[in-house]
Design a protein around this ligand. Structure first.
Ligand SMILES: [Cu+2]
Length: 278
């Protein structure tokens, strides 16, 4: 492993931001590559079924056309022939998710966070065109960007894993990158920036991949994000933590919103709001 990659891995462990570890592969390292790839046992006879697949029903969520909850998605998945295409533009913004303005980053974000949810069916191809529209460096240590698709296996698309300094160089300001990967798994996950502390600036959102489920349900209500929220940028918090240790952040957000008061305990306000929506 190259020293720079080891450094990046250590950094993401320290920052608790690395969830799927990508191993850098040298061009002449095909033996290592072979070891990393699992053996496929894909049932190509199901391809016709994939094309006609209409998913499952509220009364039978365990099956998904010719596959089901017991299919080993590490080695077999549908090939739907469908591509889901998204365009993300990441901007410096002043956001007020709880009424208190703060410098932040947003995906397609005039309104705030989280960014748009990616929806797909099991076996679809996902294409995301990311444009880094950052234009100034104030409050940010650097303006590079990479977006990581959390929990996605990235079968034969390791370079699209979105981990800066490990699987790609960062996307420079006013530059773009197109990520392309297959939804070989299903369920609810999320994407987030994987450069510096930009995820906590607001660059994150949901990924919903429809597929079989272990229990029946009537209606999918979508994603629910619960996260701490500071009124200072992550870089400012980072330096404070280095000097004084862990900090209690100002507020918590529910799907990117909450109320806040400078005089009352915001966690009590959060609790009131939660009760109101029961
Ligand atoms: Cu992650």
């Amino acid at each position: 492993m190259e020293p720079f990659a080891l450094k990046a891995l250590l950094l993401c462990f320290i920052l608790n931001t690395c969830h799927v570890i990508s191993i850098p592969i040298q061009a002449d390292d095909s033996s290592v590559c072979q070891q990393l790839l699992p053996t496929l046992s894909r049932n190509t006879e199901l391809y016709d079924c994939d094309a006609l697949c209409e998913g499952n029903t509220a009364n039978d969520r365990t099956t998904w056309c010719c596959r089901d909850i017991f299919t080993d998605y590490e080695s077999d998945w549908p090939d739907t022939g469908v591509t889901r295409e998204y365009w993300f533009e990441v901007d410096n913004r002043v956001l007020e998710p709880d009424g208190h303005p703060r410098a932040a980053l947003a995906v397609n974000g005039s309104t705030g966070i989280p960014g748009p949810t990616i929806y797909a069916d099991w076996g679809d191809m996902i294409v995301v065109h990311v444009f880094n529209n950052q234009s100034f460096k104030e409050n940010f240590e650097n303006s590079g960007l990479a977006i990581h698709w959390h929990g996605i296996n990235q079968w034969e698309t390791n370079a699209h894993d979105g981990v800066s300094a490990v699987t790609q160089c960062t996307i420079r300001p006013q530059s773009n990158m197109t990520y392309k990967w297959r939804a070989t798994q299903y369920g609810t996950a999320w994407y987030h920036a994987h450069t510096s502390l930009k995820a906590w600036d607001g660059v994150f959102g949901g990924i919903v991949i429809n597929g079989p489920s272990s229990a029946n349900y009537d209606e999918d209500k979508g994603v629910l994000f619960l996260n701490d929220w500071s009124h200072h940028t992550p870089e400012e918090v980072f330096h404070t933590v280095q000097l004084f240790g862990p900090q209690v952040l100002a507020n918590g957000l529910l799907n990117g919103t909450n109320i806040w008061s400078p005089t009352e305990d915001s966690y009590l306000l959060l609790q009131k709001k939660w009760y109101l929506t029961q």
